[in-house]
Design a protein around this ligand. Structure first.
Ligand SMILES: [Zn+2]
Length: 190
């Protein structure tokens, strides 16, 4: 693995550190996965992304593609799987990249990390990142996917009005009052 997107491996570690706070293994493996996925999208196709975990991988997608949570081109659907897909945003056909357990044999430090067989303290992070660089796409598999129609396109929030309880604008389709006032608020009332 020489390049991740337009970066060398070492440059990518630096970019990750600046963005994410530390060169987390998940973001390094994620970068290799996203780079692989991009190479599988035909030139000229406008793609969206689905990420199947909220951990680390979304940041790799946001660093290496135009897809972000904020612009709506990246959706996180938490299936607990370390996998992503890039797909034609209109037709929904694309490619899914995932870590293939069959291919992890011989990459003990990666397996130790992925299956949490070692505590963070026991991990040899340099060895782990070196194995990721060496393995590159060799531990990954791809498969063609077709995205369900309900996941294509932007989901409109519909009409907006002021919440009768708190007074802030909210999507009316959420109910008589906003979701926060329905008890979804994460804040303790003072
Ligand atoms: Zn409210």
């Amino acid at each position: 693995m020489d390049k991740i997107g337009r970066y060398t491996f070492q440059e990518y570690l630096k970019v990750v550190e600046d963005f994410h706070g530390n060169p987390s293994p998940g973001l390094v493996l994620g970068g290799i996965m996203v780079d692989y996925a991009i190479s599988e999208v035909p030139a000229g196709v406008l793609f969206d992304a689905i990420c199947e975990t909220p951990a680390c991988l979304p940041d790799a997608i946001q660093l290496l593609t135009p897809c972000t949570i904020g612009n709506g081109w990246l959706k996180v659907i938490d299936l607990g799987l370390f996998a992503l897909s890039l797909y034609d945003k209109y037709k929904g056909d694309g490619v899914r990249i995932f870590v293939d357990p069959e291919k992890l044999k011989g990459w003990d430090e990666i397996a130790n990390w992925l299956y949490k067989l070692k505590t963070k303290r026991e991990q040899d992070k340099d060895r782990l990142l070196a194995q990721m660089q060496q393995a590159g796409r060799a531990i990954l598999s791809k498969r063609r996917v077709q995205i369900k129609p309900q996941h294509l396109g932007k989901t409109s929030k519909g009409a907006i009005s002021d919440c009768p309880a708190c007074g802030e604008p909210y999507p009316k389709r959420d109910g008589a009052v906003c979701l926060a006032c329905q008890g979804e608020s994460p804040y303790i009332e003072k």
